[in-house]
Design a protein around this ligand. Structure first.
Ligand code: F6R
Length: 610
């Protein structure tokens, strides 16, 4: 996601800051900027696009010069990825500059309050409120003003802050977004959101924990709790090399992204759950409750993994919001002659927001008068821009070609939208609260499932040479079966099929013998008893069964070859927990087969051609 670098010392900061930003490029970003203290005032240069564009700007005889500075690469969350919204952001006087990672949840309220006090905003970002809050709280010292400002902020932040009013100081603050201090040569200190940014200069770092801040001067640094109490922090020596750090110490981006899911799910839900009312608050769904109520039919469209998430969304909307919902491959929908009107809502789901078929499908739907809602990860992407309204996933850049964290976030985003619509229609507050509570438990439960990694690796070892795999599921877990099969085939090149379990007897059962691994997704849901009979059918024909079951359920033990226990949750959310072990299974099989996991053959991350 976004990247932060800060420097205070005796060298010109600009080349060091730009070098640091470059080290963070792998994380993905859409704009970049620097602010430097030059001759007693702040100079900011920022631009949409890549760091090369920023370098061009700086190289044009325009480079400011100064030995204190902060820099940022932005991955848009609030407001499109343009120059205006690029960080750093400043207050009204241009004397306070802020670079921020994370999301300020109460930015809207704070902005309104600050505007009523006369503050003028130059961007659409949530970050800019921090600069104005510090301006408002100013009492002579940067660290005190930051403390006072952050008392009003809800949400997640990693912040690097500087001011020409307190020129020899940099302030760092962290809550929910990683941040560290780098200890450079004599009298040189860095701030970074990721150790990769400072590794070329130092291997000595101090990691800030949530709720902590640091004040850096050329004479040293001090660490505090946000409330001002002093804390002692350990200095760590970094032993990893750069390549390992870019992947967060993981061997592949795909594994990193699988493991990130507790955090990405928290980010998708952050500030969006209303526990008391048992509903969701979705800032991007900008149509009125009355208009939402006027929706009579929903068509969900997307491709690949996003289409699988769409299938789940269709089930949820039908069951919980009692709306007719159809789910269509975007590539099919665009060439049909679909019946849609102004009471039809078309939901276009896309991680990249650039998939050509999904884009064409949504354009076709709009042309026919339907309203289009985008569920998109990449902010400011074409699908996001062309949707009437939408929900961003906030899952961060997905770099591995196989989609993992975007899928689970898509399912959760669809659950949030279902909650919102359901509560406007027929869902009781008690039902709503039950769903909210289940959503809140989800990140921790995913963490628990990730703990099964070692046993899943052993299962992968047993079946890594199988030429075929079948995945079976019913109800909400039929899409899980499709997703599990897609993950395996795309990264390991093993032929795999996902099927509704009961369809087996209509043909595919002929494939079963002792060489066929069959993954059965059988949590304790409303079709559990049905799927156990399908397990018997496979067993009777000698198939090797890997069953994903609810923990504590030992009924299938003895009947199947491997049990993968997942925590209990409500039926619509079982796919989130059941998909994670299937992602790990596919990952380990592919690694053991020597495949290029992050960049499988013949595939591109974003399919912008038909
Ligand atoms: C599978 C995968 C693809 C994408 C599909 C749609 O792991 O990544 O199937 O899901 O190409 O891409 P987006 O979501 O970017 O529209």
């Amino acid at each position: 996601m976004c990247g932060i670098v800060g420097y205070i010392g005796d060298r010109n900061s600009v080349p060091l800051l730009v070098e640091g930003l470059k080290r963070l490029e792998y994380r993905g970003y859409d704009s970049a900027g620097v602010t430097v203290l030059e001759d007693g005032h702040l100079e900011t240069r920022k631009t949409a696009g890549k760091i090369t564009a920023l370098e061009k700007l700086l190289g044009n005889g325009e480079a400011p010069h100064g030995s204190v500075g902060i820099a940022h690469t932005r991955w848009a969350t609030h407001g499109p990825p343009n120059t205006q919204n690029a960080h750093p952001h400043t207050d009204c006087t241009g004397e306070i500059a802020v670079a921020h990672n994370g999301i300020i949840e109460n930015a809207g309220v704070l902005r309104t309050k600050l505007e009523s006090l006369g503050h003028r905003f130059a961007s659409e970002t949530d970050t800019e409120v921090v600069a104005h809050l510090i301006e408002e709280a100013w009492d002579g010292k940067l660290e005190d003003a930051v403390r006072a400002a952050l008392r009003q902020v809800e949400g997640a932040f990693g912040l690097a802050i500087m001011s020409s009013r307190d020129p020899g100081t940099l302030v760092a603050a962290r809550k929910g977004s990683p941040l560290l201090i780098g200890i450079g040569r004599d009298g040189e200190y860095y701030i970074a959101s990721d150790v990769a940014a400072v590794l070329a200069q130092t291997r000595q770092v101090v990691y800030l924990d949530d709720g902590e801040m640091a004040v850096l001067t050329r004479d040293g640094y001090e660490t505090f709790k946000l409330d001002g109490r002093s804390v002692d922090k350990e200095v760590r020596e970094i032993e990893w090399d750069l390549e390992a750090i870019e992947k967060g110490g993981f061997e592949h981006f795909m594994l990193k992204e699988i493991v990130e899911q507790p955090e990405t799910l928290r980010n998708t839900m952050r500030g969006r759950l209303l526990d008391e009312e048992g509903t969701a608050k979705l800032g991007g769904v900008t149509i009125s409750p009355a208009e939402l109520k006027s929706i009579q039919r929903i068509i969900i469209t997307g491709c690949g993994t996003s289409w699988h998430a769409g299938l789940l969304g269709g089930y949820m909307l039908e069951e919980l919001a009692r709306l007719p919902a159809e789910v269509e491959y975007a590539s099919e929908f665009r060439y049909r002659n679909p019946v849609v009107d102004e009471n039809t809502l078309v939901i276009a789901i896309s991680q990249s927001g650039e998939t050509a078929d999904t884009l064409a499908a949504m354009r076709e739907a709009r042309r026919r008068g339907a309203r289009v809602m985008g569920i998109v990860n990449v902010v400011g992407s074409t699908i996001a821009r062309e949707s009437d309204f939408g929900i961003y996933l906030h899952a961060g850049p997905e770099i591995g070609v196989a989609s993992t964290k975007a899928f689970t976030s898509q399912v959760v985003a669809l659950a949030l939208f279902t909650l919102l619509l359901g509560r406007l229609r027929n869902l009781s507050v008690l039902q709503g609260r039950e769903i909210v509570a289940a959503l809140r438990r989800l990140p921790e439960q995913v963490e628990q499932v990730l703990g099964l990694n070692d046993s899943i690796r052993e299962i992968a070892r047993t079946y890594k040479s199988a030429p075929n795999f079948l995945y079976l599921g019913r109800g909400y877990n039929f899409p899980t079966a499709l997703e599990g099969a897609l993950k395996l085939k795309e990264i390991s090149y093993i032929h795999a099929e996902g099927l509704p379990a009961a369809e087996m007897k209509h043909g595919p059962i002929a494939l079963i013998d002792e060489n066929m691994p069959v993954v059965v997704i059988a949590p304790n849901d409303n079709v559990y008893s049905k799927i156990t009979s399908n397990v018997q059918e496979v067993k009777a024909r000698g198939g090797r069964i890997i069953a994903v079951v609810t923990e504590g359920n030992l009924e299938l033990d003895g009947m199947v070859d491997h049990l993968i226990p997942i925590p209990a949750t409500i039926d619509p959310l079982t796919p989130v927990l059941a998909t994670v072990p299937l992602q790990l299974l596919a990952y380990h099989v592919a690694v053991m087969r020597g495949c290029n996991v992050d960049m499988p053959r013949n595939l591109a991350k974003s399919v912008t051609v038909e």
